[in-house]
Design a protein around this ligand. Structure first.
Ligand code: 5AD
Ligand code: SF4
Length: 423
């Protein structure tokens, strides 16, 4: 949305800091290294800012919803002209105007949203792709997992109206978009603020009925799932057979301390029910290792759950203590070296599960939506199959934005290599 508004002002994009007149950092607070990364980047800009008095630097996003990082930016990077958070993006032009008038860094961070940010736009110029788009369905999170900063930076869950979402998808479809990904912290809690338990399944069905070619969604919360969602996934061919279902840990004791509202058994039941209805589904997850107090036994439970659930892939994280969250105050006596060693063991297991799945796809035919051309080789194009698996082929760049059948020839841990088939 901000990108769209900047383009409307006539700005043009560059990835080279030294060429830019306006630099905006959008931040993510989920793990500490993202915050440190921001300070590193601002450090790089500092040199340019000293010689370029007309350079405008702004910082926004989740990290700025916290008091300490804002202080840090003000103290260390006084050349920053504007700081704002996640709750007043809708007022972006006003913020810009005020900061241009101000003589010092202009800070406007709100703890409450000023409006339900609507991302429907009159044109698609702010979107980074002409074929695939993210569509927000809800903002914020009410879950308060004890390790997570999101409920503090993103506020209470607010669902967008179903009609607005469906209209946005239709609008994108008419302009040639082939895939939408419905986005929310907990997509399957969608509509609970309207008091409707089945709202996500109904929304997914309404989006499927727009006829857009591919629909994905992320991220669901395990215990908010109901079978009606699986029914819709199974019924509509344009809802992709892929699910990213964060499990976080396989140990009931840890899940409880994380304030995750399901047990290991309940998680597995959902997976079994999913695989029964959608045998072809591609299942991925998020896992945190080294949560405060995690024992070797707890970790073994995580490993065994991965094997039982037969994940096709996973994002794995080492616990990162976020100030202000309950977990940051929990006793944590596991040495970093042990956490890293567990992380490596988990990664090896996940990689072997991914490789196994990838191998089983060799010789199959997959439909691939091509999205990118290799920087090194103009005839090497890549895209994603229906499961969300990355596929590379030799092909003409004119195929970007098209869906083609591909025979899979080779498998790697994170991608597949195939050849285009004639239509
Ligand atoms: N430390 C490590 N990983 C975290 N995640 C969220 N908060 C933390 C944290 N404090 C992970 C979770 C979540 C994913 C988006 O990031 O696994 O699902
Ligand atoms: Fe964070 Fe997701 Fe838990 Fe919400 S449900 S608190 S976003 S990990």
């Amino acid at each position: 949305m901000i990108r769209h508004r900047l383009l409307l002002l006539g700005m043009k994009e560059t990835e080279d800091f030294s060429k830019a007149d306006f630099i905006l950092f959008n931040t993510c607070a989920i793990r500490e290294n993202a915050e440190n990364h921001l300070y590193g980047e601002l450090g790089q800009v500092k040199g340019i800012a000293l010689t370029r008095k007309d350079l405008f630097v702004a910082v926004c996003g989740c990290v700025m919803q916290e008091e300490k990082p804002v202080r840090y930016v003000l103290d260390h990077f006084p050349f920053v002209s504007l700081v704002f958070g996640t709750n007043n993006i809708d007022a972006f032009y006003v913020l810009l105007e005020e900061s241009i008038k101000a003589h010092a860094t202009y800070v406007d961070v709100r703890s409450q949203p000023t409006a339900l940010v609507e991302s429907q736009e009159e044109d698609t110029s702010g979107r980074t792709s002409r074929y695939t788009a993210f569509v927000d369905i809800a903002y914020g999170c009410n879950k308060f997992c004890t390790y997570c900063i999101v409920p503090y930076t993103r506020g209470k869950e607010r669902s967008r109206r179903k009609e607005d979402i469906v209209n946005e998808v239709l609008f994108l479809k008419e302009r040639g978009y082939r895939q939408v990904t419905l986005l929310g912290q907990n997509v399957d809690s969608y509509g609970k603020d309207f008091g409707d338990k089945y709202a996500f399944a109904d929304l997914l069905e309404a989006v499927a009925q727009t006829g857009i070619e591919r629909i994905r969604f992320t991220t669901p919360y395990p215990s908010d799932f109901n079978d009606k969602v699986f029914d819709v996934m199974a019924k509509y061919d344009n809802v992709m057979p892929a699910l990213h279902l964060p499990m976080q840990s396989g140990s009931d004791a840890i899940l409880k301390r994380m304030n995750r509202r399901y047990t290991r058994k309940e998680y597995l039941d959902i997976v079994h029910s999913l695989r029964k209805r959608l045998p072809d589904v591609y299942l991925t997850t998020d896992i945190i290792v080294g949560f405060p107090g995690e024992t070797e036994e707890d970790f073994q439970e995580t490993l065994s759950l991965c094997k039982e659930a037969r994940f096709d892939g996973a994002f794995t994280f080492i616990f990162s203590s976020r100030p202000g969250t309950p977990a940051s105050r929990m006793k944590d006596d596991t040495p970093d070296s042990v956490k890293h060693e567990r992380f490596d063991r988990l990664k090896d297991l996940i990689d072997s599960l991914s490789e196994e799945k990838a191998k089983s796809m060799v010789d199959t035919v997959q439909e691939v939506l091509f999205e990118t051309v290799s920087r090194r080789d103009q005839n090497r194009i890549s895209g994603y199959d229906r499961h969300g698996k990355l596929v590379h082929v030799t092909g003409d760049p004119s195929l970007i934005g098209q869906i083609r059948k591909v025979k899979i020839l080779e498998s790697h841990t994170y991608s597949l290599v195939g050849e285009l088939l004639d239509d």
